[in-house]
Design a protein around this ligand. Structure first.
Ligand code: MLC
Ligand code: AMP
Length: 531
């Protein structure tokens, strides 16, 4: 038996070959036969490029059907898919290339990535290679102000926002790869990069078994139907849009309205033909801000799902009042895929993330052991959804698991007598802005290197649109530090969404008796900054 997750999808693709798969607002729609053909050609094109099973393929592309075919082609060939946020700068991209050591990079030439296939130079730009980057830090890279070209010896192919480029040409010319390469449940299907408290991104290795078990579980839990139409407006470089959303359709059936990005007006236009939508909380607050978002446009909808960041109780209530729908909130992570969900049938309670999914164990624990009902502690998860570890970081992997095999999520929660979990905070220093994770350490490390800055603390404070807004509190070396200067300095080194929306100068950072910066005090002090 072949446990390649693509085999699972393929069965459905073939059963529904004439059915619509992707509804594309500005292009001809794709049937399942089209998707399967393009995926098999993408696999063939990868073979032509010398990519083999087990090789990594890094992609940084816009959301197009061709990019989706490339993802499926990687799976079919047994290559390891490594998607990157399109917001990452060239400097960040170069780090990922040096870490993942891929056989191929497929990227959009318009991302300011002046693509070249030059040989790798001796000291690559590494935005994380500074003295404060923690135990994994490598020697500091030579100071490089701008990185406008990807400088790497990795072969590069292009795929642009219209689905054209050298890789698209190769797909057209390639033979289809007929058979799906055999994989076991433990073989790695994808590596998803996520940062951490050291600020240095780690690649979470997800197996074919992780992907197929989570997809099956979610289809059951959310009652996926063969006539469902998913409104897909999420990016496809993170687990939410890539695995959770796509796989429900590929395993459970139906079709999807495949929007290139979230835009409230386009979503409202497409809602009447849809039955299910998945989004981060910002999607729902942005919809509620539109008068045209009404009970009427949601008439055909059966389910709205939210995740990736806390859904405010106020949003949950306002959404129900406006549409009559109670948003179903679920909880997951790159490392664990989806772990808990509110029930499809039964009470969905705002401010809670529901019960451990079938087959998944979730518990609340601290150093002293497993905690009981109503006690706050770290959320820990074990099951077939939990990743295999961090790419080439066995020590880091070991640190994150308990002795009995539970993954320590770094989220703080509490469980009620029925097993329902609420997230109450984070043990990890993390900001979630519009569903994207920002690790303060990553920003602080770069800010502390600026000659104008003596020290900095990066915090998240309530933001009406993004949930949390990134704020940098800095102690200037001498004279004021202004946002424009910080923006200029960070522009080429950090993705836009990680950059502080405000920079505030203070004389000193508040510290506790141990000398640790008290971020809680800063969060309280600046809580109303974006109000
Ligand atoms: C864009 N910007 C952001 C931002 N997104 N800033 C902070 N946080 C964000 N999330 C910047 C833009 O670069 C721009 O900068 C400015 O903010 C305004 O942009 P916009 O046009 O309003 O933003 P938009 O392009 O509409 O994007 C907002 C968004 C998007 C919410 C639609 O961020 C998004 O799609 N988020 C989804 C994230 C996601 O899929 N997360 C899943 C992770 S998986 P400028 O230059 O104009 O100042 C995971 C596990 C799990 O967490 O459980 O699911
Ligand atoms: P990522 O590393 O991008 O996969 O983000 C995972 C993190 O997102 C989790 O560890 C949580 O902190 C957060 N998260 C995901 N879903 C929820 C949710 N429903 N409520 C609160 N936080 C969430």
């Amino acid at each position: 038996m072949n446990d390649n997750v693509y085999s699972l999808f393929e069965t459905r693709f073939r059963a529904d070959e004439d059915a619509a798969c992707l509804w594309l607002p500005d292009r001809d729609d794709w049937r399942y036969a089209d998707l399967e053909d393009r995926a098999s050609r993408a696999a063939g094109a990868l073979v032509d490029l010398g990519v083999q099973s087990g090789d990594r393929v890094v992609t940084q592309t816009e959301k197009t059907p061709e990019a989706l075919a490339l993802y499926l082609g990687c799976l079919k060939l047994g290559a390891i898919y490594v998607p990157l946020n399109t917001a990452y700068t060239v400097a960040e991209l170069e780090y990922f290339l040096s870490d993942a050591k891929p056989a191929l990079l497929v990227c959009d030439p318009s991302h300011g990535t002046n693509v070249s296939v030059e040989r790798q130079r001796p000291g690559m730009v590494d935005p994380w290679a500074t003295s404060g980057a923690g135990p994994q830090a490598e020697p500091k890279a030579p100071a490089v102000g701008h990185a406008e070209q990807v400088e790497s010896d990795v072969p590069i192919e292009t795929l642009d926002a219209s689905g054209r480029g050298t890789f698209a040409d190769r797909m057209d010319a390639a033979q289809v790869l007929e058979s799906t390469v055999s994989r076991t449940v433990d073989d790695i299907a994808a590596i998803v990069y996520t940062s951490g408290t050291t600020g240095r991104p780690k690649g979470a290795m997800l197996t074919h078994g992780n992907l197929s078990s989570n997809a099956r579980t979610l289809c059951d839990a959310w009652g996926w139907r063969s006539d469902d139409v998913l409104l897909h407006a999420l990016p496809i470089f993170h687990v939410h849009g890539l695995f959770v959303a796509l796989h429900c359709v590929f395993v459970g059936g139906g079709s999807m309205v495949f929007l290139p990005r979230f835009d409230a007006d386009s979503v409202i236009e497409q809602l009447p033909r849809s039955t299910v939508m998945m989004g981060v909380p910002t999607f729902y607050t942005r919809l509620l801000a539109r008068d045209a978002f009404s009970r009427d446009v949601c008439q055909g909808m059966r389910l709205f799902i939210s995740g990736s960041a806390p859904l405010a109780a106020q949003t949950f209530a306002a959404f129900e009042a406006r549409t009559g729908h109670r948003i179903l909130e679920r909880y997951g992570m790159s490392e664990t895929l989806m772990s808990t969900s509110n029930p499809l049938v039964g009470e969905r309670i705002g401010g809670t993330v529901g019960f451990a999914l079938p087959g998944v164990e979730a518990r609340i624990a601290n150093d002293g052991g497993v905690l009981g009902e109503g006690e706050i502690g770290g959320i820990e998860v074990r099951g077939p959804n939990v990743f295999r570890g961090y790419w080439e970081m066995p020590d880091k992997t070991a640190e994150e698991f308990s002795s009995d095999g539970f993954f320590q999520t770094g989220d703080l929660g509490v469980m009620d007598g029925e097993g329902r979990i609420s997230i109450v905070g984070r043990a990890k220093d993390l900001i979630i802005s519009g569903g994207y994770n920002v690790y303060p350490k990553e920003v602080e490390t770069l800010m502390d290197d600026m000659p104008e800055v003596s020290e900095s603390a990066v915090i998240g404070v309530p933001h009406p649109d993004f949930g949390e807004g990134v704020v940098a509190v800095v102690v200037p070396r001498d004279g004021p530090v202004d946002v424009a200067m910080v923006e200029r300095a960070l522009k080429d080194r950090l993705a836009r969404f990680k950059q502080p929306k405000r920079v505030i100068c203070v004389e000193d950072l508040p510290r506790n008796v141990m000398g640790k910066v008290q971020k809680n005090a800063l969060r309280e002090r600046f809580a109303n900054l974006f109000a």
